[in-house]
Ligand binder design. Structure first.
Ligand SMILES: CC(C)(COP(=O)(O)O)[C@@H](O)C(=O)NCCC(=O)O
Ligand SMILES: [Mn+2]
Length: 980
């Protein structure tokens, strides 16, 4: 690559643009001061560019808006026929939107003795724009529009909210403010199309469904349709255990571990629901269960006795007291009886509780002489152990190995869970396992929701559910969680108030010490006791469940357990060249549960890793906020949102450092995605917009020269040069602190050149020779090119323009169809699927191969230079296509990708005919190329595929380089793995 790296080609120098935004600002200021003539010259070029770009920017802005709508983050309101309901004089009257169909909501309730639990559904259909590219792509990939089912859940969200039963009026206000009681349901059927009606019915379970029926009728005009509590508990638990990936977990000695439940081996199990009282239910299948036992000593007992004995005002206060208690002052321990010794013969340590509250009989003390903290702890342990023990005995009675505990007694309280686990472990001698559920308190409400006919929930599969944790969601509803949040403005005000109050969600949280051990001797104090107890609000670790029926598992993930379901056998058998070839019909919708794929490479269960990445992300925050605010014009509104975003994201980090498993299993990819989602929540839809645009323009300006140089090379030199180009250009990464620091030191082209100069082989991971052999063969043997290549592209600017596009061009030249796979939504400076066609169109001006391929892939619909050409259907080239990947993150979890991408991963010709020849797997025809740190290192580094895969990335973080490849920052990874 002599020209680009050594010769100062004049074309390369036309863009002296500095890529750092702050740097540009400084540049402009310097110009104003006339203090730097060199910079002044550059600024002149900049100014001209800006004028020329203003109309382009406008187009871009329009497209961006389209993309925003597509993300579904800003539902469009249909205000036609809007009317104020009730009293016009009222302060905040309810406004009815009869024609609003985008956000229809449906509701089910579980009204218990102490808490009301609500599950409600809001529809947010993605407003996908079906442009010509998409339509042609759908035809080509054989994607039908018929994925939609007749059920109402087409895409929407399930929300989980709770209120104290004593504050039922707040609950009613909440339902009214969100119009949840007008969800369009006739007497029994849940019907999204039905108009709001007078005889609306809401499904409800729990004793309060009877007690408060009149109040609901009076206040909301709705009837409560009562559902059996046990039916609901079981339906809710079965749904959660089947549909939510990280729903069940164990909790021992302060450690939470998620359990992967095999759906084929879920039943039978024991469900222990700890509410005011306790029910124990043997569950044998969907709708198949039996209440086998229970105990009247439950959550109500703890709260009732606790209130009498300590004068506490709330359940949470009582629980909080227990954190600071010492039960040995009041419980009689084995050591008290045996003079401080263990009763080792029967395995009881000195600290085992021999008799709860037993010391009170011999002490000459009154109630006032015991501390409320000690009483609370003693009571909590007494009740938790008792429940654990009875549960185990029932499991033993029916030969059940698994016991799931739910109900709001647990409240995510680590000490309670440890105590129950300890009892089960102790009495079963480790044979049975106590498991807990993240949605522990919502089993009944979910079950009530599922009792609507045709709710569509039980059709959903794990990969169609995405859980998001917007700020405010877990805190919504009732005084204990703050007011119901109506809009962004309210959310921001609430965040501001929250911080002013100095409540724990934003307070700096000390790094938790590594968990200690309890010891096996007996009922010791579990180690999770102590430290700060989170408020009930923040302990409600459930997010909003997004139901996305279009998501699919990436079909090329390899897994030995993956099985295809043979639906019909064609019975054709023929012998050719000594090979038996059997053709059969196959439908292969394998379930994600069969896959042992783990997207994350870095395990954040390692506390050192967790601490490191949290520090890195906190460090990025100020800079990110600056970029985000600038991307929205730096207005006061943007600044306020920027501030709220920073607070919200810090609050998430604080929450997660305290309890890393709070939102489910946590990997680095989840953290990086959480940051993007949090930006979107505060309506920053593309923080790096202008940076991306500038880098694209600078790179496109030198592309023709790059093509000319590449074309003058031999096939072998060119292939090496192309891979070097991809690795070198991956340096343009605004998510890496080191790289951003580097951008202050030079122009795009200078940095690109420097990066190319450092590309000498061998790279730290270097499978290039293997890749070359697959591409070019060895000796006289010329291999068959892949039929199709999927290129997972990463960053905008040089990365796509000077790295991935030239590689795509090479593959096209060799007769391989190319699919560029790009993000659905922005993340850092990653290119999105929406932006790629413009880049391709600009590049196609310099290159016939790209132009013909883009035409063949219908990419040049609007941007085509010669409109008459674009109608030519019979292009001779293999096509270049673009698909969105279904994500808005710098990483990719291949268990949940867009249906477009899934379709592109299947061999279109063969799959269309729905048959494969088993002598040759269709996957052999496909090759995938994963590019960038996020997609090839942080995630998928260890993933195995059914097809050939090339993983390319520059490592832009010193710690990751040391850890993953025993190398250094800026080392390169070129990993080639033939189909497995
Ligand atoms: C966010 C990223 C994964 C993006 O990398 P890319 O996929 O663009 O190569 C990467 O920039 C990253 O891991 N950054 C955080 C660490 C750091 O600042 O060094
Ligand atoms: Mn990136």
């Amino acid at each position: 690559m002599a020209g680009l790296t050594e010769d100062p080609n004049p074309v390369l120098d036309i863009d002296g643009l500095l890529i750092n935004q702050e740097h540009n600002n400084t540049e402009e200021e310097n110009n104003n001061n006339n203090s730097n003539s060199q910079l002044k010259d550059k600024s002149a070029v900049l100014g001209k560019d800006r004028e020329e770009n203003s109309s382009k920017n406008q187009n871009q802005a329009e497209r961006d808006m389209a993309s925003i709508h597509r993300s579904g983050s800003r539902p469009q309101l249909d205000l036609s026929k809007a009317a104020i309901e009730g009293n016009f004089e009222e302060k905040d009257p309810t406004i009815l939107l009869p024609n609003q169909s985008d956000d229809i909501s449906h509701l089910a309730l579980d009204i218990g003795g102490s808490l009301i639990k609500l599950v409600y559904f809001s529809r947010h259909e993605g407003q996908s724009i079906d442009d010509k590219r998409k339509k042609t792509l759908k035809e080509r990939l054989g994607i039908s529009n018929g994925i939609r089912r007749s059920y109402p859940i087409l895409g929407g969200r399930l929300h989980f909210v709770k209120f104290e039963t004593t504050k039922i009026n707040e609950c009613l206000d909440f339902i009214r403010s969100k119009q949840l009681h007008r969800g369009g349901m006739d007497s029994r059927h849940w019907n999204a199309e039905a108009p709001a009606n007078e005889n609306a019915v809401i499904k409800a379970t729990g004793g309060g469904a009877f007690k408060f029926a009149d109040l609901f009728k009076e206040r909301l005009g709705v009837s409560l349709d009562k559902e059996d509590e046990m039916d609901c508990l079981v339906a809710g638990a079965n749904f959660l255990l089947k549909a939510i990936r990280h729903e069940a977990f164990t909790h021992m000695e302060g450690r939470k571990e998620f359990v992967q439940i095999d759906h084929n081996d879920l039943f039978p199990y024991l469900l222990v629901n700890i509410g005011s009282g306790v029910s124990m239910i043997k569950v044998d299948g969907d709708g198949k269960f039996q209440r086998v036992s229970g105990t009247n000593v439950g959550g109500g007992t703890y709260w009732g006795l606790g209130r009498l004995l300590t004068k506490c005002k709330s359940f949470d206060e009582l629980l909080e007291l227990s954190q600071r208690g010492d039960n040995s002052t009041i419980d009689m321990l084995v050591g008290d009886i045996y003079g401080g010794m263990d009763y080792s013969k029967i395995g009881l340590s000195a600290s085992t509780i021999a008799s709860s509250f037993g010391k009170a009989i011999s002490d000459n003390k009154e109630l006032e002489d015991y501390s409320p903290e000690d009483i609370s702890l003693s009571l909590l342990r007494m009740i938790s152990y008792n429940i654990g023990q009875i549960a185990y005995l029932n499991a033993l009675r029916f030969g059940l190995k698994r016991i799931f505990f739910g109900g709001f007694f647990i409240r995510g309280h680590a000490y309670t869970m440890d105590t129950i686990s300890f009892a089960v472990h102790f009495w079963s001698k480790g044979d049975a396992q106590a498991m807990f559920l993240r949605h522990e308190g919502f089993l009944g409400a979910l079950g009530a929701f599922m009792s609507y006919e045709k709710h569509g929930l039980d059709d959903l599969m794990v990969h169609q559910l995405v859980e998001r944790f917007p700020m405010g969601a877990p805190y919504t509803g009732g005084k204990i969680h703050g007011p119901p949040l109506g809009d962004l403005n309210e959310k921001i005000s609430w965040m501001e108030k929250f911080v002013l109050k100095g409540t724990e969600i934003t307070a700096p949280v000390p790094m938790a010490p590594p968990p200690g051990t309890t010891g096996l001797g007996g009922f010791e104090v579990p180690s999770s006791k102590g430290g700060t107890l989170r408020s009930d609000a923040s302990a409600l670790n459930v997010g909003v469940l997004h139901l996305v029926p279009t998501l699919e598992v990436f079909p090329l993930l390899a897994d030995p357990k993956t099985h295809m379901f043979l639906l019909a056998f064609q019975g054709v058998m023929h012998i050719s060249d000594g090979l038996y070839s059997v053709t059969c019909y196959v439908i292969a919708p394998f379930s994600v549960d069969d896959i042992s794929y783990e997207p994350n490479t870095i395990d954040l269960a390692d506390h050192n890793e967790l601490e490191y990445w949290f520090t890195v992300l906190s460090g990025h925050l100020p800079d990110l906020v600056d970029k985000a605010v600038a991307s929205e014009g730096g207005t006061d509104d943007a600044k306020r949102r920027g501030d709220a975003f920073a607070r919200a994201f810090s609050a998430h980090l604080s929450r997660l450092i305290q309890d890393p498993a709070a939102y489910g299993k946590l990997g680095l990819a989840n953290l990086l995605e959480l940051r993007e989602e949090c930006l979107r929540e505060f309506q920053f839809h593309d923080a790096y917009r202008s940076i991306k645009q500038r880098e694209n323009e600078a790179s496109l300006a030198v592309l023709a020269d790059l093509f000319a140089e590449l074309d003058s090379m031999s096939e072998e030199t060119r292939l090496l040069s192309l891979i070097e180009g991809v690795l070198a250009a991956n340096i343009f990464d605004w998510g890496s602190r080191a790289c951003v620091d580097l951008y202050h030191k030079g122009t795009i082209i200078e940095i690109y050149r420097m990066s190319r100069n450092k590309m000498q082989r061998p790279w730290r991971v270097d499978d290039f020779d293997l890749f070359k052999e697959r591409m070019l063969g060895s000796g006289d043997k010329k291999p068959q090119p892949h039929k199709r290549a999927l290129l997972f592209v990463d960053n905008s600017g040089a990365d796509i323009v000077l790295g991935m596009l030239p590689l795509a061009r090479e593959l096209l030249r060799r007769g391989t169809e190319v699919v560029l796979v790009a993000n659905s939504l922005p993340a850092l400076n990653d290119i999105t699927a929406m932006e790629v066609p413009d880049i391709v169109a600009a590049a196609a001006k310099h290159c016939d191969i790209l132009r013909r391929a883009a035409e063949a892939g219908s990419l040049l619909v609007d941007a085509m230079i010669n409109p008459s050409d674009s109608s030519k259907e019979n292009s001779t080239s293999v096509p270049l296509m673009v698909v969105e990947n279904g994500c808005g993150s710098p990483c990719i979890d291949l268990r949940q990708v867009s249906s477009e991408l899934a379709a592109a991963a299947k061999d279109a010709d063969l799959m269309e005919r729905m048959h494969v020849t088993i002598t040759r797997a269709f996957d052999d025809d496909v090759q995938i190329i994963l590019e960038g740190m996020g997609r090839a290192l942080h995630t998928n580094f260890n993933a195995r595929f059914k097809c050939d895969v090339l993983k390319l990335a520059m490592v832009k973080n010193q710690r990751l380089a040391e850890k993953l490849i025993k190398g250094n920052i800026y080392d390169s990874v070129c990993r080639y793995e033939p189909a497995s």
